[in-house]
Write a protein that binds this ligand. Structure first.
Ligand SMILES: [Zn+2]
Length: 273
């Protein structure tokens, strides 16, 4: 019998000549807008070609600015929220009616964090990616979204579990209602950890798939399930970034390279499509 696996297969779309992918389990929800952009369709040149959205890594600021404006237009949003990702486990919570962190959002130096959670319509949460996992979460009952940056250090810190907990504590979300998508990132084919005995906790060792190689997609799925998310609500893109540098940036493969964008936002009620 043929194993019909592809419920996880991502959906390809193009807007304004910019290609992007969507998760099959998030795509049907009209209240949100989400996209995993590739490296194609932007203005950057050379090693950063084409749609690099990160400053401070060697690309021209003017190109990055144009790329950010371009993805904003694709998403029909002028409110993209970036964070300074540091492979930690701090979560930036942006809550309707609370101005606690909301003012710092659009300053030149974004807040340090590795995940964003919000219930504010119109904000689009951005994670910048080159091998680390972007993980999108949506609770359609409370209408709350999150975007998580989880590289192997994030996996070790279980930032995914922290985000699910914060969504529950701060927004009254229930894990069993959440829909999750894990985007293109370092796959088991390329995730070689020669010092894994030092770097990875023993609980990860069962996810070893070959000599010193580990399946961090399954580790994330496992962390989601342990946090209470239903397995049937989790979509793994299973696209490896180092294996697909024509489409995505890979820090491991390319060293000097750009970052692509994974984005999720809650639509403002008056928005169409
Ligand atoms: Zn690979």
């Amino acid at each position: 019998m043929i194993n019909s696996r592809p419920p996880d297969k991502m959906i390809s779309k193009v807007i304004r000549n910019v290609p992007f992918l969507q998760f099959p389990n998030l795509e049907p929800f009209n209240a949100i807008r989400h996209a995993v952009f590739t490296r194609q369709g932007g203005f950057s040149t050379g090693t950063f070609q084409n749609l690099n959205i990160s400053y401070g890594i060697g690309d021209k600021d003017t190109d990055v600015q144009k790329n950010r404006e371009l993805i904003a237009r694709c998403l029909k949003s002028d409110r993209l929220v970036f964070i300074r990702q540091v492979h930690g486990k701090d979560v930036l919570v942006l809550k309707n009616g609370k101005s606690e962190n909301n003012t710092a959002l659009f300053s030149k130096t974004p807040p340090v964090a590795d995940a964003l959670v919000t219930d504010i319509a119109g904000l689009h949460l951005v994670i910048q990616v080159a091998d680390c996992q972007p993980l999108l979460l949506y609770d359609p009952v409370q209408n709350v979204i999150a975007n998580v940056h989880s590289g192997w250090r994030g996996s070790v810190l279980n930032i995914i579990g922290s985000v699910v907990e914060i969504m529950a504590q701060r927004f009254g979300c229930q894990a069993q209602n959440m829909i999750a998508g894990v985007g293109p990132s370092l796959g088991p084919c390329c995730a070689e950890f020669v010092n894994f005995r030092k770097e990875l906790p023993e609980s990860f060792w069962k996810f070893q798939t070959g000599h010193n190689r580990f399946d961090f997609w399954e580790i994330s799925k496992n962390q989601l399930i342990e946090a209470g998310v239903f397995e049937t609500n989790i979509s793994l893109s299973r696209i490896c970034t180092p294996c697909n540098t024509n489409l995505f940036y890979s820090y491991r493969r390319e060293k000097v390279t750009g970052r692509f964008a994974a984005v999720i936002g809650l639509k403002i009620k008056s928005d169409e499509d």
